[in-house]
Design a protein around this ligand. Structure first.
Ligand code: DGL
Length: 296
């Protein structure tokens, strides 16, 4: 979708009213991201909540979000939320640090009755566990420029030196399936070498795409450097929110997991096969007049 479409998208929103929240437990949990990244969260939600029906939405027509404006990401996130509520979502996990930074507050204001679970770089646990007081954060440019990140730093990073890198191009490589190629290794080394030279002992995976390059990162950083992935905590938070809202599935059998992409369904299915230990059926969704629809 072109960046010039934001104003048009916003006016389109005024005609579509947010639906009432869905309060019946058999409805699905919806999880979304710009691309494959949120699968790193989905797999932990599946482990934590095997009885739940899960729907995953990858906005691969618009990936990467990280280099887009906050207003644009907000508009995508709002349209995606409308779409997921129309599919019956009872809770929405924004499995994307960039979209959470740009849009979570806006989504909670726009859909006050819908439970949302968002993401943020795990600066708090990193600051608590670093021994040298030096932490490295890998996240997108969009995440770093968000107010949410600013607030996070002001609150939890006092007395700790934080080194940031937006690893330009890394999300695209991961999207194309290159999680362990020489090109990915070269780019990742260039991102983390300056912070490793500064002596960081803790690295934060502040983008949901990055758990897929964790083995490569661990190899580059060495065993003395801890790597924090917030996905298991997000899955636990999802369970807590369902409990609070009395929305846990009341079934003993495993729930289905399906996915939609605004990009190429075969490509997403192939990636999912590599990183998930459960089957994922992928269909297509399409953007039309700044709104999302299932493909006919
Ligand atoms: N996976 C996303 C995140 O957690 C965004 C990647 C992108 O689209 O730039 O930030």
């Amino acid at each position: 979708m072109r960046s010039g479409a934001v104003a048009e998208r916003r006016s389109a929103r005024t005609t579509a009213q947010p639906r009432n929240p869905v309060t019946t437990p058999h409805r699905p949990i919806a999880v979304f991201d710009s691309g494959v990244g949120g699968l790193s969260v989905l797999r932990h939600i599946r482990t934590q909540l095997p009885q739940e029906r899960l729907i995953y939405l990858a906005d691969q027509a618009n990936v990467p979000y990280g280099s887009r404006s906050l207003a644009e990401i907000r508009a995508f996130s709002e349209a995606i939320t409308h779409f997921l509520l129309n599919l019956g979502a009872k809770l929405i996990v924004v499995a994307c640090n960039t979209a959470s930074g740009a849009a979570l507050t806006h989504l909670r204001q726009t859909f006050p009755d819908v439970p949302f679970v968002g993401m943020e770089p795990a600066v708090k646990p990193a600051a608590a566990q670093t021994k040298r007081g030096k932490v490295g954060v890998l996240a997108t440019a969009g995440t770093f420029k968000s107010q949410r990140y600013e607030a996070l730093m002001a609150r939890f990073a006092q007395g700790v030196q934080v080194f940031e890198n937006s690893c330009q191009g890394l999300v695209d490589l991961i999207e194309s399936g290159q999680t362990d190629t020489p090109a990915t290794e070269q780019l990742l080394r260039a991102c983390v070498a300056p912070m490793l030279n500064e002596g960081v002992d803790t690295l934060v995976l502040g983008c949901t795409h990055y758990p897929f390059i964790r083995p490569l990162l661990a190899q580059i950083a060495g065993p003395a450097v801890a790597i924090i992935d917030p996905a298991p905590a997000v899955a636990r938070q999802t369970k807590r929110r369902l409990q609070q809202h009395n929305l846990l599935a009341r079934s003993d059998s495993p729930g289905s997991v399906t996915a939609l992409t605004t990009g190429n369904a075969d490509q997403l299915a192939r990636f999912a096969e590599r990183v998930l230990d459960f089957p994922l059926t992928v269909t297509t969704a399409v953007w039309r007049n700044n709104q999302l629809f299932t493909a006919q």
